[in-house]
Design a protein. Structure first.
Length: 189
């Protein structure tokens, strides 16, 4: 999905989403395991792209890993087997919805409902944060040149409808699915 010259493009992003929560005494071991698997675990508020997908952190000792969809539960199962007690592993693929927003007006539109300062100098590419948008929990991550938005699946329809309505004055284009591979290519971190 390419960025529109004007307005906003909104695309769902099907992905497997696995959460890793480090056990305090094994946190160093988890970083080593991730590195062996080709994944870098960023610090809180950061996002990194790798060959397998995106990894972001909005809380200390916790990471969200987005990868291309495979068989239900498979990504989490692989991490759980490899972790051998170093962390808790949760499959959030069905619990969280992902959207990609692109275009020059995305920041202005999101600022209408977001408590974060989304100005690019304050929230540059490679940053991620948890927030509340239109009374719904959300995670925003800045990619090049758009925003990845994660929200609970139970409220995703509400948030999507708000995004559609709020984007109309800027010129909305509903786009086809964005892939995790596209997100990784777009991320410059």
């Amino acid at each position: 999905m390419s960025a529109p010259e004007t307005g906003i493009a909104l695309a769902p992003c099907p992905a497997d989403l696995v959460e890793l929560v480090a056990f305090r005494e094994r946190a160093g071991d988890l970083g080593q395991l991730a590195a062996e698997r080709g994944v870098r675990l960023p610090g809180p508020g950061e996002l990194v792209a790798g060959p397998e997908g995106l990894t972001l952190s909005v809380r200390p000792g916790r990471w969200l890993l987005l990868s291309r969809p495979v068989a239900a539960g498979e990504s989490a199962r692989r991490w759980a087997e490899a972790s051998r007690g170093r962390c808790a592993v949760a499959d959030l693929s069905s619990a969280v919805a992902a959207f990609l927003l692109r275009g020059p007006a995305v920041g202005e539109m999101l600022a209408r409902a977001c408590r974060l300062d989304l100005e690019p100098r304050a929230f540059p590419v490679g940053r991620a944060a948890a927030t509340i948008m239109v009374q719904v929990p959300a995670i925003l991550a800045r990619l090049t040149p758009g925003m990845l938005l994660l929200t609970p699946a139970t409220t995703a329809l509400h948030l999507r409808e708000w995004l559609v309505q709020a984007s109309r004055p800027f010129g909305l284009a509903l786009a086809s699915d964005a892939t995790v591979s596209e997100l990784c290519k777009e991320s410059s971190t």
